[in-house]
Design a protein around this ligand. Structure first.
Ligand SMILES: Nc1ncnc2c1ncn2[C@@H]1O[C@H](COP(=O)(O)OP(=O)(O)OP(=O)(O)O)[C@@H](O)[C@H]1O
Ligand SMILES: [Mg+2]
Length: 276
């Protein structure tokens, strides 16, 4: 069983602190939902866990099965078992979907082991069928001209083939029509096992009706300010976040003033109090 541990994580992008001290542990078999208003740092958290070089870790650590990830590259993290289904999947003209997934699966095999092409093609076809994806998508350039829903299904296709230990799914429901949401939900739910821990970032209850989480976290202003059970989802759906801001003494909700970080001192930057 795998374990992702995030401790006191402070992250900045282009000198602006976005995450102000995140603590989160996700174990194999668990599904955690992360919700929160726009711009509060949810995608930043997903991207920094996966190792996007744009984000600077000012403080804290990210570990997978005890291995410190802070300095590891994206491909190293992927080989260790992390997967990110992106909010906005990137278009890569010139690389076919087929070649991309094949290269990714090959890169996950132990050194010296070669992908068995016939077996790979069969599993790709099965996965595409289970996701009810058009047959031509495998041979088109990665995400180029894909509809929003096709891009999201394609992320799940990759997840099915890569079989991660910890999967981060960032708004995998955005852009999906009602039927596609059900199909994606069923496919992700079918992957649930003690070998897979998941973080689902979403704004909506409808995804979490399909992929039922064990724990729900709410992020505000770069921090997890509340953790609870499924009752939080219904409350957010009905009432938004004002009750929580009131509970926390945050009167206004405006783009928070972020403290500029001097690159020379950033490694020692500690989180400050929640701003009102
Ligand atoms: N390169 C950047 N330069 C400056 N600010 C950035 C940069 N990238 C992200 N941010 C800011 O970081 C904050 C958090 O963004 P993030 O994408 O993590 O939010 P989110 O919680 O995922 O929002 P949403 O629900 O809209 O997807 C936002 O205010 C965003 O504008
Ligand atoms: Mg986001």
């Amino acid at each position: 069983m795998s374990i992702l541990e995030i401790k006191d994580l402070v992250v900045s992008v282009e000198g602006k602190v976005i995450l102000e001290g995140i603590n989160l542990t996700v174990k194999g078999g668990e599904t955690h939902a992360i919700m929160g208003p726009n711009g509060t740092g949810k995608s930043t958290l997903a991207q920094v866990i996966m190792g996007h070089p744009k984000y600077v870790i000012e403080n804290g650590e990210i570990r997978l099965d005890g291995v410190l990830l802070n300095e590891k590259t994206v491909d190293e993290r992927s080989r260790l078992g992390l997967f990110l289904g992106m909010q906005n999947p990137v278009e890569v003209p010139g690389v076919t979907n087929f070649d991309f997934v094949r290269a990714a699966v090959q890169a996950h095999l132990p050194q010296g082991q070669h992908l068995r092409l016939g077996k790979f093609i069969l599993s790709l076809e099965d996965a595409a069928k289970e996701l009810k994806m058009g047959s031509g998508l495998a041979h088109r350039h990665l995400n180029e001209g894909f509809s929003g829903g096709e891009k999201k299904r394609n992320e799940i296709l990759q997840m099915k083939l890569l079989r991660p230990k910890i999967a981060l799914l960032d708004e995998i429901d955005s852009g999906l029509d009602v039927d596609a949401l059900r199909i994606v939900g069923e496919n992700v739910t079918a992957m649930k096992s003690p070998e897979l821990g998941m973080i689902l970032i979403t704004h909506y209850q409808r995804l979490l009706d399909t992929i039922v989480p064990d724990v729900v976290h709410i992020i505000l202003q770069g921090r997890i300010v509340k953790t609870g059970g499924r009752e939080l989802i219904a409350k957010i759906d009905a009432e938004g976040y004002d009750w929580l801001k009131a509970e926390l003494g945050i009167e206004t909700w405006e783009e928070p003033e972020k403290t500029p970080v001097s690159l020379g001192t950033c490694a020692t930057k500690k989180p400050g109090p929640l701003r009102g």
